[in-house]
Design a protein around this ligand. Structure first.
Ligand code: TNX
Length: 634
């Protein structure tokens, strides 16, 4: 035991002092303003925790629970401070001029005073928890400072697709915890898609008795070489569970934005109620872009990924169905925004359907795009009449935008720019900017199966959600930013953690921190290493970054200097230059190395990062070339 402690000691000591030396005191997202003063506040069990507003009592409890976990002691909670008493005070008095989610923290040698409205105090406590080092002999020593903070955007979102793969309520809650720690305030819950309908709707029980089950799942990278696994895959949330999640999220100041997909991505609903299709009697067809396409008997919940032609028919029956579904959704979710999808709706069945063609004529629509726009506008009217607003993916621009719609720009920034220019609210979530967290985090063949793409956390960090093309006034329509977690290749909660961590750190900073305060060096070299070192002490399955300073590009020269930094506090970097895969048996990188490459030859630097817990990064390879012909070594 003693030995284990001695081994851990260097890490703990580093974690202890680290937050204090960093200009941002270890806080992610970086606060708007932070000023360190000279001195320390010693947090020990003599300190009183004061909060005298009932709505803030649970935030005080949250802090106290954290102190118990961290320091092994609880603070005495009281309503007011007595003279000379060392204290932590949480209060909304004096917060009138602060933004709703803003806060100030004043740390002196005698007290920590935290001011904010309800949500602001919650975020202040998140910051406080992050800046607290581990205890040292019954005391937690905190650097004195003044912090003033508030968010850049009001919509700070993280999405989760539970249709392609289903995640239990327990994990959804953990996901919400993670979002809250990083001051995200919207959880976009993608509840329906071709591969499964995941929300109980009382009026339409078949949506979950039939629509929540598929008879197999495509194997490997879609379209793959053929076949599904023929295993039944199912799951859905009861309305009781949905209420639980919504209420849980509210305690973390997170609004759950539900998404019900229409008019495309509707195969699961159609499998349950075939009359919602333009061709109720037509067998389900697996998209034509697979080498193993073909039809399946009857209407089926899809077993492969992609986009499918069988979409909602714009009949009165369909609209009534959707209105009834939305009634139940609206009753469950207090969110102002209801996401109605709108993306990737092929027009093929509408083209083939005599009903749709007649419908286009009767309603003076230009074509099938006009029909898509009609569909969304009609649903928008219904939702607006209930006092809510719609969000749709950027395809809802095609054929004319619904009057009050908010656009989620995913196919690059173009849709977002257009919508902002038309004075519509926009949420930026372009895949091209690294905001698709289903994309891979490195190019190493060691990465697990993903949909592809390449979105390292540095790319996420470098993204500014307000496009340069917009004027200052138009830029105000960008209400926020979101990253998407599509789950085609996320078969387990552990894989979701792998894909979100550490990228959510970068997302939170671009959503919260003013551009002028962004600092990629401080972020990657100081704060991410600290946060990952803390995560490393938990069971979270985070992605271990590759060494800072290395990438998989070719370096040319004869004397090549290699200067690396560990991406996690306390983690070690091991390397080889002899072609072997590095492990803890390889040379440990301790100081810059100079590699001599003879004329006409090349060498390969291979590295691996091993965290204190033993968690490993992928192997990164860098070719060091001195005039040898360019052939891929991988
Ligand atoms: C596109 S983003 C989709 C999803 C897929 C995703 C995979 C969007 C609105 N539609 O249906 O899951 O790509 O990255």
């Amino acid at each position: 035991m003693k030995k284990i402690f001695l081994m851990l000691l260097p890490t703990l000591l580093t974690l202890n002092t680290y937050a204090q030396t960093d200009a941002n005191m270890g806080i992610i997202p970086a606060p708007v303003a932070i000023k360190k003063t000279s001195g320390v506040f010693q947090l020990d069990k003599t300190v009183a925790l004061i909060s005298n507003e009932t709505e803030n009592a649970k935030t005080a409890d949250l802090l106290n629970a954290f102190i118990v976990a961290k320091g092994g002691f609880a603070l005495r909670e009281a309503k007011s401070v007595t003279a000379g008493q060392k204290s932590i005070v949480l209060t909304s008095v004096g917060a009138d001029k602060l933004p709703a989610e803003g806060y100030t923290i004043q740390i002196t040698t005698n007290h920590i005073k935290v001011v904010g409205k309800e949500a602001g105090l919650f975020y202040a406590v998140q910051s406080l928890m992050q800046l607290m080092p581990d205890k040292n002999q019954d005391k937690i020593t905190i650097q004195t400072a003044e912090i003033n903070d508030y968010p850049r955007f009001k919509y700070r979102g993280m999405h989760l697709d539970v249709a392609r793969h289903f995640f239990p309520v327990s994990f959804v809650k953990r996901y919400i915890d993670l979002l809250a720690q990083y001051k995200m305030n919207k959880f976009h819950w993608h509840l329906t898609d071709d591969q499964g309908w995941r929300i109980e709707i009382k009026k339409y029980p078949k949506l979950t008795t039939l629509g929540a089950t598929r008879s197999g799942t495509v194997v490997g990278n879609y379209p793959g070489t053929g076949g599904t696994d023929n295993e039944t895959y199912k799951g859905y949330y009861t309305q009781e569970e949905i209420k639980q999640v919504v209420a849980y999220a509210a305690t973390k100041y997170i609004t759950v934005v539900p998404e019900i997909e229409m008019p495309g991505h509707a195969s699961a609903a159609i499998a349950a109620y075939p009359e919602l299709s333009c061709f109720p009697d037509r067998d389900t067809f697996v998209s034509g872009d697979t080498p193993w396409s073909g039809s399946r008997k009857g209407k089926q919940v899809q077993q492969t990924w992609g986009v499918f032609d069988d979409v909602f028919a714009p009949t009165e029956n369909t609209f009534k169905f959707l209105e009834n579904v939305l009634d139940e959704v609206i009753a469950l979710f207090p969110s102002k925004y209801i996401h109605i999808g709108g993306d990737e709706c092929p027009k093929e069945y509408w083209k083939q359907s005599p009903f749709c063609q007649q419908f286009i004529k009767d309603n003076n629509l230009k074509d099938e795009h006009g029909l898509q726009s009609y569909f969304i506008q009609r649903i928008e009217k219904y939702i607006n009449a209930k006092g809510r607003s719609i969000i749709g993916w950027d395809e809802i621009l095609e054929g004319g935008l619904a009057p009050n719609a908010t656009v989620m720009s995913w196919r690059g920034e173009k849709g977002g720019i257009e919508a902002a220019q038309q004075s519509h609210e926009v949420i930026m979530t372009p895949g091209s900017a690294g905001l698709y967290f289903d994309h891979k985090q490195s190019n190493s063949p060691d990465e697990p199966l993903t949909i592809g793409g390449f979105a390292p956390y540095t790319k996420v960090y470098n993204y500014d959600p307000v496009p340069k093309e917009l004027t200052a006034d138009q830029g105000k329509y960008v209400i926020g930013v979101q990253a998407n977690m599509w789950s085609e290749y996320l078969e387990s909660p552990a894989k979701v953690e792998y894909q979100i961590l550490p990228r959510i750190f970068a997302l939170s900073e671009i959503a919260w921190t003013p551009v002028a305060r962004k600092d990629i060096k401080n972020f990657t070299e100081e704060r991410v290493p600290l946060h990952l070192a803390k995560l490393d002490q938990t069971s979270a399955n985070y992605w271990v970054p590759t060494p800072i300073g290395q990438n998989d590009a070719v370096l040319n020269g004869e004397n090549i200097n290699i200067e690396l930094k560990s991406p996690i506090l306390g983690a070690k970097i091991f390397y080889t230059l002899d072609g072997y895969r590095p492990s803890e048996n390889a040379a440990e990188y301790k100081a810059p190395i100079k590699v001599v490459v003879p004329q006409g030859q090349k060498k390969t630097l291979k590295t691996i990062v091993i965290a204190p817990s033993g968690k490993r990064s992928v192997v990164t390879e860098t070719t060091l070339n001195n005039g040898a012909p360019e052939v891929k070594t991988k």
